[in-house]
Design a protein around this ligand. Sequence first.
Ligand code: GN1
Ligand code: MG
Length: 357
Amino acid sequence: MELSIDKEIIEAYGFTADNISLQQIGSGHINLTYLLSSLKDDKKYILQNINTEVFKDPFAIANNIKAVADYLKEHNPDYLFPAPVTTLNGDAMAHHNDEYWRLLPFVADTIAFDTLSEPKQAYEAAKQFGKFSRLLNQFDTSVLNDTIPGFHDLAWRYEQFTFALSKTSASLKASANHEIETALHHHFIVDYYHSYEHSKDFPNRVMHHDTKISNVLLNATTNIGVCVIDLDTLMPGKFISDLGDMMRTYLCAFSENETDLNKIKIRLPYFEATVKGYLSEMKDILTPTEKELILFSGRYMVYMQALRFLTDYLSGSIYYPITYPTQNLDRAKNQFKLLSELSENEKILQDIIEECL
Ligand code: GN1
Ligand code: MG
């Protein structure tokens, strides 16, 4: 077979070009992912290239995953945590020509969806991310590295936005005028977060930080949750990161790439399923302050993603890959529409939360 991967990488894991087949899979923006089928032992694996433009320190990721894997093995040996397979030398990654690759176990009889087609999937996914947080409730987060410094720091994202705004071209600025105004207008979300940030009962937890539906495996037949995957952004954070990103990505039937804003609506049954699934694991663990911030988590994450897309647009689309020039602006518009949907439905959403608590 033709290999687009250096042979040193696959050899590090004891394979050769003749005894494997590779198929590109996955829909993420950041890493390159292959399904590796080994003809040698008839097993399947996931082979993934770490994007070192985004993750400047791949060892930070590997160390975090190892610390969490060791803890889970000790405290919850039956929990399925798909940690990377080590190389023949016992390394967490294969390294060659400035590239870092890792090999992960393929979890049989599971499926990862790119979109949700029933509330049960939201429930099961939210339950899995909630379970992950629950099992790591006592884990000492200070041993973990920030794999991307400031990743979900909204104040920093806002600063990045104002910086991009001050440097951008007049034409990009003019084309995004309305979204820039909307972004500035919502600065109160940053202030609101600040007013809670240092509360004693708003702890740092081990957060997954990328809880979209394609990052959880469900049983292929029953759609019952099996485990969470994609652990690059495993690092300390606030619970709003995980729950908020689920709201951002599960509630609307259309993704952040949808350009028809009339389609950007919140599906109440999916909201209820997400909150119920998450709380089925986290209800007794969340503090009173965290419980107050359940709905805010959605606002926080949707606003942050809108800022990130807008910042990237103003910076010349250097981070999020695009298929047409204004795509990141369209993505920002999409996220601002979702943010306004969250506000418009605030009362009914909060009532649903109260019922679930
Ligand atoms: C990126 O690569 P992917 O799709 O898993 C991004 C997330 C964003 C998401 C938006 C490391 O995730 O934070 O929410 O795009 N990951 C990184 O689609 O920046
Ligand atoms: Mg990811």
